[in-house]
Design a protein around this ligand. Sequence first.
Ligand code: FNR
Length: 365
Amino acid sequence: PPVQNLLNMDEIEELATKKVSKKAWAYYYSAADDKITKRFNTEAFRSILLRPRVFIDCTECSLETNLLGNQVSMPIYVSPAAQARLGHPSGEAGIAEACGSFGALQIISNSASMTPEQIVANAVPGQTFGWQLYVQDDRAKSEKMIARVNKLSAIKFLVLTLDTPVMGKREDDQRSGNVIDEITEIEAPPGSKEALEKQVFAGMDPSLTWTKTLAWLEKHTTLPIVLKGIQTHEDAYIAGLHRSRVKGIILSNHGGRSLDTSPPAVHTLLEMRKYCPEVFDKVEVWIDGGVRRGTDVVKALCLGAKGVGIGRPPLWGLAAGGVDGVKRTLQILADETKTCMRLLGVQRLDQLGMQHINTRILEQQ
Ligand code: FNR
């Protein structure tokens, strides 16, 4: 079927699955151990109930918002994900083209299958990117990458991923023989193999710490720093203490790919509301993991998230239909989010709040 006929994320995933190699499927699908966190990520959203209000004019409805000072058309952004060219030759640049046409924000992975220069090359005016860093044990390699990223004006902030000091155990990948370096070599677009080899991480540095690593990073960039992979209220609180350096946090369990049975982001949002609500005023709080419906987006916003990331859906969209597939993915989620807002009796995102949800079931889990 043409991608325009696809109605939801499940149908996009199904078509993508038919189109990609076994190896690509395993890489996109896989999660750690028994995939309990991956499953909980979607289920947690389903256990939150919505509380629609009636008799409210919802003729107007806007998804526009601001993420770290950047005007965007919607709170839904593309999470950093490696190896987009495994699914489709247009790769991360294809995702960028789709995001550009929507005014959506995209975070580029440190392990992208194209260079950041290639990915932002055709950015439209005002298009916004972040760049995600895995600090490598060969520090000089990371420093060189940061220096390259500093020069790209479309890249507005740096995302430091912290939930992967070591790789989670991903059995689908082990079975299909996936090795990140190997995939990059196979999938690198013509002429970029050498540049890519310089960027793909050879070894993760597991020795990162709050004070030491943030001070190091600050020496190499003036870009705002966002910490990705925060999963407890304790770490959210510590991030808030570092607000002179840290401008945002992303509550994320890496789509269930790192530590199995770690909590879905909505649980961490609830914890934060209870134990350190002041952090929402100190740093911007974004979430990702398991977002598959507009109602999921709205629920995260009601709990206090400002940005809502999607990891696998854009990869599926790309695999299912290239740039048009990613556009379809964004269109469906944006439309669903607007429908949900209207049915709740809301015109703007800043009107959403705890009054629109019932978290009783979630809190019992
Ligand atoms: C990821 N993710 C990820 N995160 C990151 O910080 N750097 C990376 O290179 C990658 N690579 C990556 C590859 C693939 C194939 C997936 C599925 C995920 C994690 C990603 O940013 C995000 O946290 C999750 O994907 C969100 O969950 P959903 O939307 O996939 O359920």
